[in-house]
Design a protein around this ligand. Structure first.
Ligand code: KIV
Length: 287
């Protein structure tokens, strides 16, 4: 019997030592597949900007675009918890802006929770206010892609002892502010372990070793559909780009040789109607 996953289910999974399975999705049909396969958390990530829209960073994706894709994902989901990523500059201005945009994800796109990056003073206030009004928030620490330029690139975070301690303190701060879970991205395994052991809320790792309470990947990376680059922490479970290319080539050949469509893929007329049509056509051509 399948059962809807809630933020409380995830916290119970951590207590029970049952790892959390999370993936991104950006559309209805993929969300349906993930949900059917038993994925616990579907994140409509702002990675959409890169893997769906072909941008080099996540910065350009807008609230309207995120809402559009989140709506599609929630329509395809029955059991998974759907988390919508607050895009760059949709929450960094002030608390009011963050509340308005987080509220839109819940109200207009039927998301169950939102995610934001970093543990600035403003973010902690946003987390407190959102959770206070019943909007669950997932944190995101370590490498935070919206800060790529400030961080000097997509780099592993928390390598020095000082940075590692800051990461632990930031993780505690987002937990205390009310986050129900936190993504740890590109963090050395021992640091991710130290954070996971010190938090009551689950950590969801991406490039943070197998010590976190769950794992998340970008679905297009896992399926080999996005092939521009392959981060070290990705494992490809399929090669969809090759499979799709092969299928499309085959279709092209069939179109050119008229092997597609065949009779069963076309609409034919009953014999009597066809004869009548041919007669009418002959009359028409005589005029
Ligand atoms: O946008 C995204 O896909 C993410 C995941 C990588 C965690 O934030």
């Amino acid at each position: 019997m399948s059962k809807a996953i809630t933020t409380l289910s995830l916290q119970k999974y951590k207590r029970d030592g049952r790892k959390i399975v999370a993936l991104t999705a950006y559309d209805y049909s993929m969300a349906k597949i993930l949900d059917k396969a038993g994925v616990d958390v579907i994140l409509v990530g702002d990675s959409l900007a890169m893997v769906v829209m072909g941008e080099r960073t996540t910065h350009s994706v807008t609230m309207e675009e995120m809402l559009h894709h989140t709506r599609a994902v929630t329509r395809g989901t029955q059991n998974a918890l759907v988390v919508a990523d607050l895009p760059f500059m949709s929450y960094q201005v002030d608390v009011t802006q963050a509340i308005m945009n987080a509220g839109r994800f819940i109200k207009e796109a039927r998301a169950h929770a939102v995610k934001l990056e970093g543990a600035t003073r403003l973010n902690l206030e946003i987390i407190e206010r959102l959770t206070g009004m019943g909007i669950p928030v997932m944190g995101h620490l370590g490498y935070t892609p919206q800060a790529i330029h400030g961080l000097g690139g997509a780099r592993v975070q928390g390598r020095s002892a000082q940075d590692a301690i800051k990461l632990i303190n930031d993780a505690r701060a987002v937990q205390d502010a009310g986050c129900f879970a936190v993504v740890l991205e590109m963090v050395p395994t021992p640091i991710a372990k130290a954070v996971s052991e010190r938090l009551e809320i689950p950590t969801i790792g991406i490039g943070a070793g197998n010590v976190c309470d769950g794992q998340i990947l970008v679905v297009d990376d896992l399926l080999g559909k996005f092939t521009d680059f392959l981060p070290r922490f990705v494992r490809r479970y399929a090669n969809l780009a090759d499979i799709c290319e092969e299928a499309v080539r085959h279709y092209g050949e069939d179109v050119k040789t008229q092997a597609f469509p065949n009779e069963s893929e076309s609409f034919i007329l009953p014999r009597a109607q066809e004869e009548e049509f041919e007669k009418m056509l002959a009359d028409l051509d005589k005029q």
